[in-house]
Design a protein around this ligand. Structure first.
Ligand code: SF4
Length: 72
């Protein structure tokens, strides 16, 4: 079951947790707001299986539920 992810930039408070938890999936813009680094936050690229655990950890750790995860 492939996962997709993107950040809700409207609710992200730039705390830095998701990039620390899943550095291959998330990075920060010049204001410190997170975004999905693999597909420029479009949520269109499948998250590689080896990164799924990091993704779910980041989703759980985000204090504002801004790490969005979907699957098809
Ligand atoms: S963990 Fe959540 S609030 Fe913190 S930078 Fe990432 S998306 Fe933003």
């Amino acid at each position: 079951m492939p996962y997709y992810t993107k950040i809700c930039k409207e609710t992200c408070i730039a705390c830095g947790v998701c990039g620390a938890t899943a550095p291959k999936l998330f990075d920060y813009d010049e204001e410190g707001v997170a975004y999905g680094r693999r597909d420029n936050n479009s949520g269109t690229l499948v998250v590689p299986e080896p990164l799924e655990e990091d993704l779910l950890d980041a989703e759980e750790a985000c204090p504002t539920q801004s790490v969005m995860v979907s699957f098809k």
